[in-house]
Design a protein around this ligand. Sequence first.
Ligand code: NHR
Ligand code: GAR
Length: 220
Amino acid sequence: MKKIVILISGRGSNMEALIAARDAGNLPVNIAAVISNRPDAAGLETAARASIPTHFINHKAFAGREAFDSRLAQCIDEFEPDLVVLAGFMRILSDGFVRHYAGRLINIHPSLLPSFPGLHTHQRALEEGVRIHGCTVHFVTPALDHGPVIVQAAVPVLDGDDEASLAARVLRQEHLVYPQAVRWFAEGKLTLENGRVRLAAELAEPAALVSPVLAASGIR
Ligand code: NHR
Ligand code: GAR
């Protein structure tokens, strides 16, 4: 079974969705560890309750990004993961770190990339007045939020939305597509070819590709 390490910074609801999918038998992975850069991340307790080994590496204790990143990589590599999963991880990672995990580091970003890379995506989507918003799972490359896209889910932006209501609608979709993307990886159905993601043949059928997006169109 493939081994994954999950990196978090806070609440950890995406991590929880991965744990729940694993527990339901829908995600054939060994979650070897959860690592946070913040000692007070609520997700660390959730992971510990699920008997997953946890670690925190406080970025503030390091002189610079490279020093933090090399300690982080050392901690990750002790678990020899097949895949490193960023789940609400809030530190930009240096080029060296990203290259070390090329093809085995993924992120979920709360916008339909390439729109709204970076932070405060929901607020910016509201300010721009877009009618469709969503989330993107992508391979991480040195260029922030610009790596090859694995899967996306779309939600409508409704009149009267505020940052909280829009974030909550997107988050429900995050919890569906992230376990799906990790499952594809775990089953060996996901490959990178010339900087683009390829899904195994049976998944390239419209039904499989469209379902996350269709699921997203139900307004709740
Ligand atoms: N690193 C690289 N090299 N490439 C990516 O695509 C990355 C990455 C690190 C994190 C997640 C990303 C997101 O989904 C991610 C993608 C943090 C920031 C940020 O500005 C931006 C994007 C993402 C994560 N962080 C501030 C920093 O100075 C700190 C903010 C804070 O601590 O609250 O690192 O959105
Ligand atoms: C999620 O919406 C995730 O997409 C986003 O933060 C939230 C984390 O929630 N990630 C980023 O903004 C990365 N910069 P969670 O901790 O409950 O999974």
